[in-house]
Ligand binder design. Structure first.
Ligand code: AMP
Ligand code: MG
Length: 493
C-alpha cells in the first residue's frame, strides 16, 4: 500500500495522532480484493494472518501516519462543538491509477483523544452491517464509502446487551471531511483554518472550481461555488437513497460528507413495506430522520454548511447571507426535479426534460397504494415492471390500483409488445431485485457472532448484482415473515 498523505499537512488543530489498541487474536473475516484493485493496493504477498494484523492496526505499513480527525456536529438538531473520530483512525491516503485519492480508515481500533466516554471499539455486528450495506450501496450505484476489510479482534466489547465479539472495519472514503468539520472551525471563529479547510476541500473534491473562477468573472467567490457543488452532491445522494427505500437513520451533520458519499451505516435500513414516515432507528424518538423527512433534513444540513461559510463570502455578514440564501433557495426545486427525474425512470417513463404534473400524481398514486395495501417497496417496482409482460398476482386489484394502472399504461410510450419488453428491461435497470434486507443483515450478524460467515459471504456475493435475477440466491429477494421483521435498529456504538 503506497501512502500519499495530505491531511496531515494541514495544521495540527485538524487532527491528533492515534495509536491502535492491541488485540489478542485478530482474524480476517473479509478482504475486498475488487476494491483493493480499484484503489491500486496490492497486498497479495501477505498471508491471511498478516492481513488481519494490518486491518486491525497491529502491523503498521510503511508510510502510514495514523491520525484521528476533529469535527463538530449538530446531532439531532443540538450543536456539539467538539466530537471527532472517537473510534476511527486514518491510516493514510492512497491515490489510484486514475489519480483518485482515498482515505483508508480503521473503525473500532481503540480510543482516541476524541473518544469522550466511549471505548473507541466496535462490536462485530456493526462491522458486518457496514460491510454488507456499504458495499451493496456501491453496487446499487449510490455514492458511498466502502469496506476494504473486516476483522474479528478476538476480544470482547461491552455493550448494553452484554458482552459481544469485537471487530474492526476498514473504511474507504473519497475523504472524511464533513459539514461538521466546517462547523468545528466556524464555531471557534478560526477564520484561517476555515479558509484552509475550504481550499483543501476544493483541491481534493472540486478542483474544477479553480477553472470556473478564472472563466467566469461574475462568480467571484469560491465559497459560493463550493456550496453550490455540495448542494448538488447531497441532493443527488439523498434522492438516490429515497428511490431505493433507504433510510439513513442518523443524518447528523457529522454524518454528512462534503464529497457526497453515504457515510456511517449505523441504524440505517432499507424498508420492506412502504410507509412514507417509516423510521427504524431506536434513538430517533421523534422521527427526525424518517424516510420522508430526509429531503427536508438534507436541506437543513446544507443550511448549516452555509452558516459556516458566512465569513468566507463577504466582509459584511448581511451581504454574505444574501448571497448564500440565493444558493440555498435553489434547493427545493433541485430536490423536486431530481426526485421526479429518478422516479420517472423507476416507472419506465420515457425520459424527457419536461416534467408533467400528471407524472407526480401518478408517482404519488402508486406510493399511496403501496402504503395502503402494505406492500413491499422494492418488489412493488420490480413487479410493476414484470406486469408489463406477464401476469403477476403481487398487486391486490383494488379500484386504486386499476385507476393507477390505466393512467400509467397511458403514460408509457408504447406501440407494440416489443416496447413493453424494452420498458420492462429499462425499469429493471433502476429497480433492484435485491437489497440488503434488514432481517437478512441481522441473520448475517448473528451468524458472524457465532462464527458462521455463510450468510455474510452469500449476501456480499449476491449484492454485487442487485439488478439481475440470481436463481441460486433468489431467496434473498423475499421480504421478512412477520416473525422475522426487524422493528428497530440500533447504533451499536
Ligand atoms: P456516530 O453516531 O457513529 O456518527 O458517532 C457519533 C460520535 O460518537 C462520533 O464522534 C464517534 O466517533 C463517537 N463514537 C461512537 N461510538 C464510539 C465509541 N465506541 N467510542 C468512542 N467514540 C464513539
Ligand atoms: Mg458519525
Amino acid at each position: 500500500m503506497k501512502f500519499d498523505n495530505t491531511y496531515v499537512d494541514l495544521p495540527e488543530s485538524f487532527y491528533s495522532e492515534s495509536t491502535p489498541d492491541e488485540f489478542s487474536s485478530p482474524e480476517l473475516l473479509a478482504y475486498n480484493e475488487d476494491l483493493a484493485e480499484t484503489l491500486g493496493i496490492d497486498l497479495k504477498e501477505l498471508t491471511q494472518e498478516e492481513l488481519a494484523q494490518v486491518f486491525s492496526g497491529q502491523k503498521i505499513l510503511e508510510g502510514s501516519q495514523i491520525i484521528s480527525t476533529v469535527y463538530a456536529a449538530h446531532q439531532f438538531g443540538s450543536f456539539v462543538p467538539r466530537l471527532g473520530d472517537g473510534r476511527a483512525m486514518l491510516l493514510g491516503e492512497v491515490v489510484n491509477s486514475k489519480k483518485q485519492r482515498f482515505d483508508i480508515q480503521l473503525k473500532g481500533s481503540g480510543p482516541t483523544v476524541y473518544s469522550r466516554n466511549g471505548d473507541g471499539l466496535s462490536a462485530l455486528g456493526p462491522v458486518i452491517r457496514e460491510y454488507i450495506v456499504s458495499e451493496a450501496m456501491h453496487y446499487l450505484g449510490v455514492p458511498t464509502t466502502r469496506a476494504l476489510a473486516a476483522v474479528h479482534t478476538g476480544d470482547s466489547v461491552f455493550r448494553p446487551g452484554g458482552e459481544t465479539p469485537g471487530g474492526v472495519l476498514t473504511r474507504v472514503a473519497s475523504s472524511h471531511i464533513r459539514i461538521g468539520t466546517f462547523q468545528y472551525f466556524a464555531n471557534r471563529g478560526d477564520y484561517n483554518e476555515l479558509i484552509e479547510l475550504m481550499d483543501y476541500s476544493i483541491d481534493r473534491h472540486f478542483p474544477e472550481i479553480r477553472q470556473e473562477m478564472k472563466e467566469n468573472s461574475e462568480e467571484l467567490n469560491p465559497a459560493l461555488l463550493f456550496l453550490r457543488k455540495v448542494i448538488r452532491k447531497q441532493i443527488t445522494l439523498v434522492t438516490q437513497w429515497m428511490t431505493l427505500g433507504f433510510i439513513h437513520g442518523v443524518m447528523n451533520t457529522d454524518n454528512t460528507t462534503i464529497c457526497g458519499e453515504t457515510i456511517d451505516f449505523g441504524p440505517c435500513a432499507f424498508m420492506d413495506i412502504y410507509k412514507a414516515d417509516k423510521k427504524f432507528s431506536s434513538i430517533d424518538s421523534y422521527g427526525r430522520y424518517a424516510y420522508n423527512s430526509q429531503r427536508k433534513i438534507c436541506a437543513w444540513n446544507l443550511c448549516r454548511l452555509a452558516d459556516c461559510l458566512i465569513p468566507l463570502i463577504a466582509k459584511k455578514s448581511e451581504d454574505a447571507v444574501e448571497l448564500l440564501n440565493k444558493e440555498l433557495s435553489t434547493i427545493p426545486t433541485l430536490l423536486e426535479t431530481q426526485w421526479l427525474e429518478r422516479l420517472s425512470l423507476k416507472f419506465g417513463f420515457v425520459h424527457n426534460s419536461e416534467f408533467k404534473k400528471e407524472d407526480d400524481d401518478l408517482i404519488n398514486a402508486f406510493l399511496e397504494y403501496l402504503e395502503k395495501e402494505e406492500l413491499d417497496f422494492t418488489l412493488g417496482f420490480r413487479n410493476l415492471a414484470e406486469s408489463l409482460t406477464e401476469n403477476t398476482d403481487f398487486f391486490p386489484e383494488t379500484e386504486d390500483f386499476k385507476n393507477f394502472k390505466e393512467s400509467w399504461l397511458k403514460r408509457l410510450n408504447f406501440n407494440s409488445s416489443e416496447d413493453f419488453e424494452k420498458i420492462k428491461k429499462s425499469m429493471w435497470q433502476v429497480n433492484p431485485r435485491y437489497i440488503p434486507r434488514n432481517h437478512q443483515v441481522e441473520k448475517a450478524i448473528q451468524g458472524a457472532n457465532e462464527g458462521d460467515l455463510s450468510t455474510f459471504h452469500e449476501m456480499n456475493e449476491l449484492l454485487k448484482n442487485p439488478y439481475n435475477y440470481q436463481e441460486k440466491l433468489d431467496r434473498y429477494s423475499i421480504p421478512p415473515q412477520p416473525e422475522e421483521e426487524v422493528k428497530a435498529t440500533f447504533c451499536g456504538t
